[in-house]
Design a protein around this ligand. Sequence first.
Ligand code: SAH
Ligand code: SF4
Ligand code: F3S
Length: 479
Amino acid sequence: MNEKKNLHTPSMRKARKRTRKDTAVVDFDRHAVLKDIGKGRLYHLDTYGCQANEADSETIRGILEKLGFAETEEESRADLILLNTCVVRSSAANRVFGELGRLKRYKRDNPDLILGVAGCLPQDESATERILKEHPHVDLIFGTHNIHRLPELLETALLSKEKVVEVLSEEGDIVENLPKRRFHAKKAYVNIMYGCDEFCTYCVVPYTRGKERSRPFEAILAEIDKLIEEGYREVTLLGQNVNAYGKDLESEASFADLLCAFHERDIARVRFTTSHPKDFDQETIEILARGGNLMPHIHLPVQAGSDEILRRMNRKYTSDDIVDLVGRIREAVPGISLTTDLIVGFPGETEADFADTLALLDKVRFEGAFTFMYSPREGTPAASFDHSVPPETKKERLHRLQKKVDEGYKRGHERFLGETVDVLVEGESKEEGMLKGYSPHHKLVHFAGGTGLVGAIVPVRITEAKTWFMRGEIDEESA
Ligand code: SAH
Ligand code: SF4
Ligand code: F3S
């Protein structure tokens, strides 16, 4: 590690270790020194990656606005441009490097501009090295473990005009009461835990996000109660493996207990992501069966259908386990919508292994999936596995997989034809006079209506089922 002034770079080897045994909980307000260093200044923030990053961006915005910064859409007007980045696949990382090249001209036009990189990319040591080498115009680099230090890091960057790099290899304490500026007025993400201890062999997230740490039960409920007071209609509980919630806490609190507490709260919609099949317990299934505000949709990444590939991915379940789990979920919550994540071209994946993935899809009948070509990540075990699959084979398998996945999307929409579903209206769609929003089953719905309905929950009768969305009209009788 380079300990030069203002230069603190990460190590993947250190990130792999789980040295800290206890996690303390600290309060943001008691530690942060908030000066109005942003007064009269504008920031522009771009967010890449998963919901964990979106939630972090809400915190970054919250902190920046506490410091007096105001947001701008226009990069050319910004005094601070921040990229909150992802490194899960090489394509995600390359996009950021492309952006850094493009943003260079704003630095030329405005030498006082602070250009910063945050999030998961800097947690990858080779990526940080590359930023430092190839993009010397970047002024500020920090990672996922020290967002709460943004006030100090920015002040140093602004005052000293020196490059500030602070990427920690190990998670610190859980910081509560972080300020947040949410992206939606009616929908909020709520972290229930941080980090991941699964170490799936392909995945860099346990390195970029550190040890699995559950937030205290009461802190989560306090956040929800505040959101309810503020008029939010939907919350999404976030974690890399929400079903493992509470396992690291001294209290007996489990994910099922959390859902139970939410079920009784006066909020219209509760969602959660992501679920790991191996930790999805019967108690959780039974609570989901209570319905009400617990939305009938589960994102259940299975990754592959071949037991041998699943074993080498370190997923700790078989395809039979998935069929059994899904059977029990469907029995408890009839009509529930299930979506998944799938990887093709994992090292050593044969045509027969791939056929097992297709066969699992036929059995489970998911109604949507994110599909990925395996992308080797430096420092993860799978990066050194033998027998990489040729790119053209990966592409061809991805293509075949997507075809089947798309059929699932369409099927998932067709089953609502003629039915009336409640839509939480997000905003206008691209089509003039049309609004868009999501149904309880997390299906995208377009319908004609005025912008006064944004934020409301509106009954819509489905008239048309496409692959990517459904169309409908306001059901006046139910309205
Ligand atoms: N914690 C979640 C999501 C993690 S990242 C989960 O366990 O499901 C989101 C998805 O990216 C993963 O589900 C996986 O399908 C995909 N992914 C992760 N690492 C990858 C890699 N190296 N190459 C291709 N896809 C990857
Ligand atoms: Fe990655 Fe596996 Fe953790 Fe998901 S559960 S974040 S895929 S290591
Ligand atoms: Fe990407 Fe980090 Fe999420 S690597 S997928 S933004 S946890």
